[in-house]
Design a protein. Structure first.
Length: 123
């Protein structure tokens, strides 16, 4: 049975975390960072946050280190903004889905326009 309250809370956490990440002062946290997915546990005690960077997986991993050190601040801000009964423990996970999506888009573009690739080969 789907938990609509849990899904709604996950979306709220996603929205608020996006705003909170802008105020994190850690230099390891990239400005090109985006939250890909938020998975909230059924009891609301744990939350997996998948983050990705436009600059690649290595940058996302560095940002995750900064986010882990700022987790207390982020968790406090999240608790204050959402008026939750209990604040979930945040687990940040680096993801490369943005870079992977850009690569897929580039390859699809090459498939749709093969004459551009052939023109580059002739030069």
């Amino acid at each position: 049975m789907p938990s609509f309250k849990n899904d709604r809370m996950s979306e709220d956490i996603h929205r608020e975390l996006t705003d909170i990440l802008r105020s994190v002062k850690d230099p390891r946290v990239s400005g090109m960072l985006s939250i890909v997915r938020v998975e909230l546990a059924g009891d609301g005690s744990h939350c997996k946050v998948y983050v990705s960077s436009m600059l690649g997986l290595d940058d996302a991993r560095q940002s995750v280190k900064g986010l882990r050190s700022a987790a207390g601040y982020i968790r406090r801000e999240l608790f204050a903004r959402l008026k939750m009964r209990k604040s979930p423990e945040l687990h940040f996970i680096a993801d490369d889905s943005i870079a992977r999506g850009a690569e897929i888009t580039r390859r699809l573009g090459e498939m749709n326009h093969p004459e551009v690739e052939d023109a580059d080969d002739e030069l």
